[in-house]
Design a protein around this ligand. Structure first.
Ligand SMILES: Nc1ncnc2c1ncn2[C@@H]1O[C@H](COP(=O)(O)OP(=O)(O)OP(=O)(O)O)[C@@H](O)[C@H]1O
Length: 280
């Protein structure tokens, strides 16, 4: 099966960078239709720059990007963008509608979807992200997490072939993230959706079929979540968050609390905390 995304020897340099300085260096990978690929790496390693190259917001210095069989160029960029739904970390820059429902409907209007179908799709999408009660609100007045949900609803309604998420769940609490991941799984079950998600969240990375690790503009490693998670504590060096329970443990330890050394799941952590409290 031919890949839906194919990147060959991609080099990218921001205009103000010196000629010998690259933000992305010789990146090559491909993504199969229906695959879910997570991209991880430190802040500033070049993940967002990669995402922006994939939908033609930035143009490579050299190398080839092929999306759904079309080589990305100034001539094909609009066709390519129609295949891709992109949700950024800060959705503020993405809102165009005066109300939440207008905003979600925006890309459907551009696709020429009939009004009845549009209204149904918008209502369904808002329900899927639990924002149905906010349909007539002004996007600017929502919280960061609510904005991320609305941006995602826009993509759910538009039904792109490829969904690129650039830290699109970073402002949600753990439950909100779990809900969004569930929504993406449901979208994938109903269509051959390809997902590329840039994330620091270990659960999001674990949901992927494959993880790409970007380090200082290079593709450092690619593997299944099991292969990448086998790195243990070195995951932090790869730019992945530690699991929530581990972070909480580290914070308690800094406060002088004696914490168990063994790995605890969130449930295990909650049980241990209850015990700690009742022993006081
Ligand atoms: N518009 C820009 N002009 C010049 N340099 C930029 C620009 N945007 C990003 N950079 C630089 O390019 C490098 C890669 O940034 P990028 O945002 O792609 O990283 P990232 O891995 O997505 O980081 P984060 O996790 O913080 O979003 C950084 O050194 C950054 O400072």
């Amino acid at each position: 099966m031919s890949p839906i995304i194919d990147v060959e020897h991609l080099n990218y340099r921001y205009p103000q960078q010196a000629a010998d300085q690259l933000t992305l260096t010789d990146i090559s990978f491909s993504v199969a239709p229906g695959e879910w690929v997570a991209v991880v790496g430190h802040n500033g390693s070049g993940k967002s720059t990669l995402a922006k190259n994939l939908n033609g917001l930035l143009a490579p210095e050299s190398g080839t990007i092929t999306v759904a069989g079309q080589v990305l160029s100034a001539e094909t960029v609009w066709d390519v963008r129609r295949q891709i739904g992109m949700v950024f970390q800060n959705p503020d820059n993405q809102f165009v509608g005066a109300t939440v429902e207008d905003d979600v409907a925006f890309s459907l209007e551009n696709q020429g979807i009939p009004r009845d179908e549009m209204l149904t799709r918008v209502a369904q999408a808002l329900k899927q992200v639990n924002m149905q009660d906010f349909a007539t609100r002004e996007p600017a007045r929502l919280s960061g997490g609510q904005k991320q949900r609305v941006a995602l609803a826009g993509m759910i309604a538009a039904r792109p072939r490829i969904l690129i998420l650039d830290e699109a769940t970073s402002m949600l609490d753990p439950q909100g993230r779990a809900e969004v991941l569930q929504t993406i799984r449901a979208m994938k079950a109903n269509s051959e959706l390809t997902v590329l998600s840039i994330t620091h969240d270990i659960d999001e990375a674990a949901s992927a079929n494959r993880i790409l690790v970007i380090n200082d503009g290079h593709l450092e490693e690619a593997g299944t979540p099991a292969e990448i998670f086998a790195h243990g504590e070195a995951l932090i060096n790869l730019g992945l968050d530690m699991p929530y329970a581990e972070r909480l443990k580290a914070a308690l330890k800094r406060q002088g609390v004696q914490v168990p050394t063994s790995y605890l799941t969130e449930k295990g952590m909650a049980d241990w905390l209850w015990q700690l409290r009742s022993n006081k």
